[in-house]
Design a protein around this ligand. Structure first.
Ligand code: 13P
Length: 340
């Protein structure tokens, strides 16, 4: 393990003005996204779509790194340049999703645990050789009647820490992602309580596994009301509760926190990030690692049709740029109508 390399990659991932593009949808997930735009999920369509995002003009100004899926890390641009090289040449660090998905946790109805530890050491080595310098593992925590159980929180924290330790051994920066889902009628307070529990267990396991906090990036959910909550908390409340929760549970040694969007609309995700950065300064960088909130407008502008390729790129760039501004609290919702 080279701690200095890990630290400098982690810092570059959360550098000011930029954030991470999560483009690591598994085959079933990208099929779901393509179904939404009546586009067949063929390997070539997936490649074309990812090329559209990665080659958008000046994306590198706002994108510090890109999380790839196993298929994508082996693909190339239409001109034959491997995606990994294309991205790295422009300062966008290539990353790789290494978990094998959240599966039902036996004996705990409604709860999940993420799989993928078997053979992970060897897979990390080959991903490093392919050019990946960071990785992602997502744990999924569901809020419901009587859940999450402490067993489920423990099992997921333990797996995240084992994954993180293996990543650092391979000189790969781990993105540690404990996602508390926003599905359900729960309140913001309940989300804050569960997020706090999850983070506290994750950091105690990371410490127990001797993970170097300076060489990782945390990818949490924001503290937000459930999607079916009667009254949903506003932007300021979300920003305050999220920062409060993170300050209580995330050590200052962690260089950066890169949020997932989790089903928020693109504008919500940008507005929340902006409001949190306005509350700074913070002990860590606060940035984005969005999937849907960066891609949804681009997907619908593109619609699987070559003649909309430029429109897809523009829609993606607009989100990247506005989130880049939200990184330092300089976004305003009036920019939604102005930006390209
Ligand atoms: P969303 O921003 O769509 O939640 O995706 C981010 C991600 O990488 C989830 O693992």
């Amino acid at each position: 393990m080279n701690v200095q390399d890990l630290q400098s990659v982690a810092q570059a991932m959360v550098t000011k003005g930029k954030g991470i593009l999560a483009a690591d949808e598994s085959s079933p997930t990208i099929k779901k996204r393509f179904d939404g735009i009546d586009t067949e999920s063929t390997e070539e369509n997936r490649r074309t779509y990812r090329e559209m995002l990665f080659t958008a003009d000046e994306a590198w100004k706002y994108v510090s790194g890109v999380i790839l899926f196993d298929e994508t890390i082996r693909q190339s641009t239409s001109e034959g340049v491997p995606f990994v090289k294309y991205l790295a040449d422009r300062g966008m660090i290539p990353g790789i999703k290494v978990d094998k998905g959240a599966k039902a946790l036996a004996g705990f109805p409604g709860e999940k645990v993420t799989e993928g530890l078997d053979g992970l050491r060897e897979r990390l080595q080959s991903y490093y050789e392919l050019g990946a310098r960071f990785a992602k593992w997502r744990a999924v925590i569901t809020i419901g009647d009587g859940i999450p159980s402490s067993f489920c929180l423990d099992a997921n924290a333990h797996a995240l820490a084992r994954y993180a330790a293996l990543c650092q051994e391979a000189n790969i920066v781990p993105i540690v992602e404990p996602e508390v889902l926003m599905d359900g009628p729960h309140t913001l307070e309940r989300c804050e309580e569960v997020t706090g529990q999850a983070l506290s267990l994750v950091f105690s396991q990371l410490n127990a596994h001797r993970v170097v906090l300076e060489g990782m990036v945390l990818k949490p959910n924001m503290v937000i009301s459930g999607t079916e909550a009667g009254k949903r908390a506003g932007v300021e409340e979300v920003a305050q509760a999220t920062v409060r929760c993170l300050r209580e549970h995330v050590p200052a040694a962690v260089p950066g926190i890169a949020f997932l969007s989790g089903g928020q609309t693109a504008e919500e995700a940008t507005g929340h990030l902006n409001a949190m950065n306005k509350l700074g300064s913070h002990p860590w960088e606060l940035t984005f690692s969005y999937g849907r909130a960066l891609q949804a407008p681009a997907l619908s502008a593109w619609h699987g049709d070559g003649k909309n390729y430029d429109a897809g790129q523009q829609a993606f760039l607009k989100r990247a740029k506005l989130n880049g501004l939200a990184r330092t609290g300089r976004y305003d919702s009036s920019m939604e109508s102005e930006a390209a």
